[in-house]
Structures are given as C-alpha cells and as structure tokens.
Design a protein around this ligand. Structure first.
Ligand code: NI
Length: 136
C-alpha cells in the first residue's frame, strides 16, 4: 500500500531564455517574450510529491516537516529572488526553461530523499503552464 505525500512551495525568480549562439531575432522568434534581454520574473509554484509505504512505527511515508525544510534549503534559498541565468550555477550553461528548472529541482531533492521513495516534482511557471518530472 503506497501513499503519496505532497508539499507546495513557491519562489519568485527572473530569467531569460536564449541561446548565445543564436542572434536576437532567432531567440525572439523561438522564445518570444521570455527572451527579453533585460530579463523578467515569474512567480513559480511547485508541488513536490513522495510516494512510498507507510512506516508502521511513525505512520508517515516521510515526515512532511523534513520535506518542507528540504524544499526550503534546496529550492527556495537557492532560487528565490534570484536571477536564474546569472546567480544560480546550474543555469550558467543551461537555458532556464520550466523543463530544465524542474529537472534541476528534482535532482537537488533526489539526493536527500530515501531511495525507497518515489519523487515527483510539478513546477508551475504561470497558473496555466506547468511541467512535471519524475526521474525518467
Ligand atoms: Ni519567462
């Protein structure tokens, strides 16, 4: 019997989507407003879910306080109010699309979560646009 435990969190961050090997016209054509050379912000929302067996001793799949603290240290402290392109080392050479951000978050969290638990991260870049990664 497996149960999924989820925690919501958010961070505000700025980014610019572009490839340095493309000129501004091509970047604008592919990435649109997200390619603005002066950067722009998003209110990112995320839902982190862990799935596994209930520990008979505690009744928890994972202590949600531990999950909360982990999201705080690995995601919020690292990304909140940052310029992702300039201030977050993972995006120095990686376009900070929602797809790439969700994979980076998943990898950062995966290292700290028991291997017996499945991990899934959903990231909202806008209320209507969201991506999901579960390690495949
Ligand atoms: Ni954007």
């Amino acid at each position: 019997m497996k149960v999924t435990v989820s925690r919501k969190a958010h961070f505000n961050a700025a980014h610019r989507l572009y490839r340095p090997d493309w000129d501004d016209t091509k970047n604008e054509a592919v990435f649109g407003k997200c390619s603005n050379p002066n950067y722009h912000g998003h209110n990112y929302e995320l839902i982190v879910s862990v799935k596994g067996e209930i520990d008979p001793e505690t009744g928890f799949v994972m202590d949600v306080k531990v999950l909360k603290d982990l999201i705080c240290s690995e995601v919020e402290d690292a990304f909140d109010h940052k310029n992702l392109n300039l201030e977050v080392p993972e995006f120095k050479n990686l376009n900070p699309t929602a797809e790439n951000i969700v994979v980076v978050i998943w990898k950062k969290l995966r290292k700290h979560i028991k291997t017996t638990l499945d991990l899934e991260v959903v990231l909202y870049e806008t209320p209507r646009n969201f991506v999901k990664y579960a390690g495949e």
